[in-house]
Design a protein around this ligand. Structure first.
Ligand code: GLU
Length: 321
């Protein structure tokens, strides 16, 4: 039977978990607003976790946290950084290895793509190449390349509950827990951290909906109750493609240069959520009062960045500084 630890019994919390690989864009800020609103609407605490195990860009964490604070996002201390929790991940991996719930994998990405997949295996699933290697085969492969550690998954799919998507069942394969350079994988870290932080509500972009079954399954393997998920619609550009930095002025810093300050950014987000009138100045408290999870617009928000300033408006901008 599953056991639940004290953090889980005592904790009910939501969280936002940015990766400091660059600046947040308005879509990421909108997801953060929703994460705080969903947590608040269900009387949960709200926590912040910096997912800095890889692809960290200098100064990005500070800028992300400053941008979040500027639009009124407030989180409880302590701030959690994954780079400071490596010992926790190793301990969990050691326990899974000791329980025989993992295997070493020596496959390259290319070998996985080219391997014939097992019959009935979900498309793109790990084909099982290294699952049943003998000790001798493992020894031989260890001398050629370092191993990743994969979960020896006992299911092919797993259901999760999502506040916006309802019951969602998705593929679970023998996914990577530790990469072959020793870095804990995202799917491992997120599950270990959410459980340790008492997070029982995960609000994030719906590009991660298909990762939720793997994470929820791993949570149950580790004896944790999977969280409630809230996968919110992404923000798209005018071509209907997920908003990205190359779409123009999409970060708080870029928008500020176009005269759209933090207050105006929150207002734009609020309008997109049907929580404010066009141009209305709002605060997070005001939005929390108005927020009704069941009335959230379900379609993606199309964000058209302000046009690049012309030379003359650039000049007048400089004159105002
Ligand atoms: N760090 C991930 C991201 O920025 C989000 C992970 C999560 O919320 O589970 O895309």
């Amino acid at each position: 039977m599953a056991h639940y630890d004290d953090a889980e019994r005592n904790g009910t919390a939501g969280r936002f978990a940015p990766s400091p690989s660059g600046d947040l864009h308005i879509g990421n800020l909108r997801t953060a607003v929703l994460a705080q609103l969903f947590a608040g609407a269900s009387d949960r605490r709200f926590l912040m976790r910096v997912e800095d195990l890889d692809r960290v860009r200098d100064g990005a964490e500070e800028r992300q946290l400053a941008d979040l604070a500027a639009i009124g996002i407030r989180w409880e201390e302590p701030l959690v950084r994954q780079s400071e929790r490596r010992g926790g991940y190793s301990a969990v991996v050691d326990s899974l290895v000791a329980a025989g719930a993992t295997f070493e994998c020596f496959c390259t990405r290319r070998e996985i793509l080219e391997a014939p997949s097992a019959p009935h295996a979900p498309h793109g699933a790990y084909p099982g190449t290294c699952r049943d290697l003998t000790a001798a085969q493992r020894d031989e492969r260890r001398s050629t390349r370092p191993a990743a550690i994969r979960l020896r998954s006992e299911v092919a799919s797993f259901p999760v509950h999502d506040a916006l998507h309802g019951e969602f069942t998705g593929d679970v394969d023998d996914f990577v827990l530790v990469r072959n350079d020793g870095t804990p994988a995202y799917n491992l870290a997120v599950v270990v951290d959410d459980a340790a932080m008492g997070v029982d509500q995960v609000t994030r972009g719906d590009d991660l909906l298909t990762s939720a079954p793997r994470q929820a399954y791993l949570a149950t393997v580790l004896g944790h109750r999977p969280p409630e998920y809230v996968h919110v619609p992404m923000v798209l550009n005018r071509d209907g493609v997920r908003l990205a930095k190359r779409d123009g002025a999409v970060t708080a810093a870029d928008l500020a240069e176009h005269g759209v300050d933090a207050r105006a950014v929150l207002s734009l987000i609020a309008v997109s959520l049907d929580l404010a009138r066009e141009g209305e100045s709002v605060t997070m408290d005001r939005l929390a009062d108005r927020f009704d999870p069941s009335a959230l617009p379900r379609e993606p928000w199309i964000f058209v960045p302000p046009a690049s300033p012309t030379r003359s408006s650039q000049n007048s901008g400089a004159a105002n500084e």
